[in-house]
Design a protein around this ligand. Structure first.
Ligand SMILES: Nc1ncnc2c1ncn2[C@@H]1O[C@H](COP(=O)(O)OP(=O)(O)OP(=O)(O)O)[C@@H](O)[C@H]1O
Ligand SMILES: [Mg+2]
Length: 296
């Protein structure tokens, strides 16, 4: 076992310094996350993409393709933003990764293995999924929602409880106040934070985030975007992040895949995207400029 493997950290008694991190006016420790993700990064010698779409099409009942010959490699540790207007196939693309859908043709390769060759349950436990509108289980408390996957993974109760507390703090919620509440007793923004905490719970290497900040007021949204931008680089996760907000795409993406009608029409870094002469990209960028024009 390598020196940087999870066990060797414990065997050598190495201690990573806690990092104090400001989230939503709360000072918290990120130490448990750093231990996990540094181990993950140090031991990751594999430079192959974590997720690769190979000429993937998806259609329902022989209808027109919803996803149309899509090819895309998502590198380890990057945040790939899927940007595009409503109905262009962003959610469908995410659902093809964790095998909620399977391609009509082509293949989606996750960690070197076609999605169809994965045990779907194993695959979903390795992919934290934040769905549009948070998708919490209404009859589970906040703590039960967040602790769901660790519970399925067989963690003992004390470990789950400690993890739930850490994660709620991480997303800016006071565990004493919120852990025993039900989703209906939360605001939309609080539900979305719980959704993010749940996706991170078992420290999966891959996060699929479908407009996770979509239903938030602009101030909360901006603050969560900023927090997430810092958080994701610290955690070393690979993220596929769906949005139709170009500002969010530029802030969070290491690359932006611009989608239209089930295809990727442009794949660029944020810097390249900002200066692209692609017509659709320009139209998105134009929305940033026109945002501050006040009607007479
Ligand atoms: N099960 C289905 N059967 C038929 N059509 C579907 C099905 N699921 C999705 N679609 C269609 O596929 C297209 C892509 O849907 P998808 O949910 O991926 O869009 P999206 O880019 O996530 O949009 P939004 O930004 O509104 O969430 C849409 O036109 C949608 O109506
Ligand atoms: Mg969608």
């Amino acid at each position: 076992m390598g020196r940087n493997s999870p066990r060797s950290h414990r065997e050598h008694g190495e201690k990573l310094k806690p990092v104090h991190y400001r989230i939503a006016q709360t000072h918290i420790s990120l130490q448990p996350f750093l231990v996990d993700s540094r181990d993950l990064m140090n031991t990751a010698k594999d430079h192959s993409p974590l997720v690769e779409f190979r000429d993937v099409s998806f259609a329902v009942n022989g209808g027109p393709p919803i996803i149309d010959r899509l090819s895309l490699a998502v590198e380890r540790g990057e945040t790939m933003v899927l940007l595009g207007e409503s109905g262009c196939g962003k959610t469908t693309t995410l659902r093809l990764v964790n095998r909620l859908l399977t391609p009509t043709s082509g293949e989606v390769v996750v960690e070197g293995k076609a999605s169809t060759a994965w045990d779907p349950i194993q695959l979903r436990r390795r992919t934290g999924y934040v769905i549009q509108e948070a998708g919490l289980f209404p009859h589970f408390t906040v703590a039960e929602n967040v602790g769901l996957v660790p519970g399925l993974e067989g963690w003992d109760e004390a470990r789950i409880s400690a993890r739930v507390t850490e994660l709620l703090l991480l997303v800016g919620l006071d565990a004493d106040k919120f852990s025993q509440r039900y989703p209906r007793e939360l605001s939309g923004g609080q539900r979305q934070r719980v959704g993010v905490a749940r996706a991170l719970a078992a420290d999966p290497p891959l996060l699929l985030m479908d407009e996770p900040f979509g239903a938030l007021d602009p101030l909360t949204r901006a603050s969560l975007q900023k927090e997430f931008a810092e958080l994701k680089s610290r955690l070393g996760k690979t993220v596929i992040f769906v949005t139709h907000d170009v500002r969010e795409a530029l802030l969070l993406g290491s690359r932006i895949a611009l989608m239209a009608a089930g295809r990727i029409v442009l794949l660029r870094t944020p810097q390249e995207f900002a200066t692209s002469d692609n017509k659709l990209a320009r139209a998105y960028l134009e929305t940033l400029r026109s945002e501050f024009v006040i009607a007479p």
